[in-house]
Design a protein around this ligand. Structure first.
Ligand SMILES: Nc1ncnc2c1ncn2[C@@H]1O[C@H](COP(=O)(O)OP(=O)(O)OP(=O)(O)O)[C@@H](O)[C@H]1O
Ligand SMILES: [Mg+2]
Length: 222
């Protein structure tokens, strides 16, 4: 089995903008090894979120190839991709994407229940407590601050102990103390499970913890 967990070769992303097609990512070639922690850094608009979406199979490459755990994401159908993500990836979006009609606890329990975990609710309670939100378990996303929603999203992503964790500015809405706690949680998870981390960040303290930084500028590796 290969030690390369994520592999992009000449991956490109073009989206249909209002004024015609926009080239978002140009020829990205990048390998990420098992257990690596990679920080994606670069100016706003440089393509960090887009690159994370390609790695998660949430955007389809317009050209080139994206492989994850030896599977070619560019050749998979939507159902296969969704199943693959559920089994192998935790994703924290820049805008959280919590289910608005579910409480914090239900949001965190959801992927565990889908995975058929028997003690999903107690497990979810423990995960919420780990991000300091045990007392918010019954709150809906609209009843939580941005930073609280961000921590719920993180708890949900890590609860199934994914092999690959993709997180878009996971400390972006947090104060220094909560940010530091989330950084500990991420790297403890990596130490416990050998997960591969890909983190988009503007935060120097989070970037400093990553084993490798990948810089983007104008949709290219810099
Ligand atoms: N649906 C879309 N159609 C056209 N252009 C888009 C679309 N989505 C994103 N873009 C453009 O793609 C570029 C990269 O966006 P992306 O969100 O990946 O940047 P980013 O590096 O994550 O920025 P930030 O740090 O602000 O989150 C930007 O110039 C953006 O305007
Ligand atoms: Mg972004």
């Amino acid at each position: 089995m290969t030690d390369i967990v994520l592999s992009l070769s000449d991956a490109r992303l073009t989206l249909a903008g209002n004024a015609g097609p926009v080239e978002i990512l140009h020829s990205i070639t990048l390998d990420i090894a098992r257990g690596e922690s990679v920080g994606l850094v670069g100016p706003s608009g440089s393509g960090k979120s887009s690159l994370l979406m390609l790695m998660g199979g949430l955007e389809r490459a317009s050209g080139g190839k994206v492989m994850a755990l030896g599977r070619d994401l560019t050749a998979m159908g939507e159902d296969d991709l969704a199943r693959f993500r559920r089994g192998n990836m935790g994703i924290v979006f820049q805008s959280f994407h919590l289910v608005p009609t579910m409480t914090a606890l239900e949001n965190v329990a959801l992927p565990l229940q889908i995975a058929g975990v028997k003690d999903a609710i107690p497990r979810a309670e423990a995960e919420l407590a780990r991000v300091g939100l045990g007392h918010r378990r019954g709150h809906y996303p609209s009843e939580m601050s941005g930073g609280e929603q961000q921590r719920v999203a993180l708890a949900r992503a890590v609860a199934p102990r994914p092999a690959i964790l993709l997180a878009d500015e996971p400390t972006g809405n947090l104060d220094a103390a909560n940010g530091a706690a989330i950084i500990e949680l991420l790297f403890n998870l990596q130490a416990e499970t050998g997960a591969t981390l890909v983190l988009v960040t503007h935060a120097p303290d989070l970037a400093a913890r990553c084993a490798r930084l990948v810089r983007l500028a104008d949709g290219r590796l810099a």
